[in-house]
Write a protein that binds this ligand. Structure first.
Ligand code: ZN
Length: 198
């Protein structure tokens, strides 16, 4: 201050310094505040669907919080929701055990199946590769519980929902022509599916 003995009143000299300081403080508070607010809610925030396709038990077909549901083909999801709504009239609650899966998640499931079944050939009867799996493309859904899968087996064709494999009563895909013509013949298991021979 000694260098400005004849400077204008204090009020005027302070202003150029005080204003940027105030702005800085406001900006800091805003930044810290938004981070404090963002951190605790980010994991439970419903804004963006999350996940690699792994779903919690009992996931509803209407659940928009999980990529495993929202990344399904829109026509398949629409058909599934219509069927689930109708199933309620029969006291049947259709849940999604698995829907869309990331390639990484599919590979993890395949690796686990190889460990479980002891060979790649036996695992292939249950879990497809990331290249072949209709789950990775969002074109397949595994429903539960068994009662719901059975309900879809009897009523799914009306919504274009068809069981594809004899050994997987829970696995359904969209076959729009089934509404008029019924579902196509099933494969004994995924190894008979031409998509798995690519
Ligand atoms: Zn499946």
């Amino acid at each position: 201050m000694a260098t400005f003995p004849t400077a204008p009143p204090v009020r005027h000299r302070l202003r150029p310094v005080v204003v940027p300081l105030v702005l800085l403080v406001v900006a800091l508070v805003a930044a810290v505040g938004s981070r404090l607010v963002a951190l605790p809610t980010s994991s439970s925030d419903a804004a963006a669907p999350v996940g690699d396709g792994e779903l919690p038990d009992g996931t509803s077909v209407y659940d928009d919080r999980h990529a495993g549901v929202t990344e399904l083909d829109p026509d398949l999801l629409r058909a599934l929701r219509r069927a689930a709504t109708a199933a309620v009239d029969d006291d049947v609650d259709i849940v999604v055990n698995s829907g869309w899966r990331s390639r990484e998640y599919q590979q993890r499931l395949l690796d686990e199946a190889v460990a479980t079944y002891g060979s790649r050939a036996e695992a292939a009867r249950w879990v497809s590769t990331p290249d072949a799996s209709p789950h990775v493309s969002g074109d397949a859904v595994d429903v539960g519980p068994a009662q719901a899968a059975a309900w879809l087996g009897s009523n799914g064709a009306r919504y274009g929902l068809c069981r594809i494999y004899d050994n997987e009563p829970w696995h359904y895909e969209l076959r729009p022509e089934a509404v008029d013509r019924g579902c196509p013949p099933r494969y004994p298991d995924p190894t008979h599916d031409p998509r798995n021979r690519r």
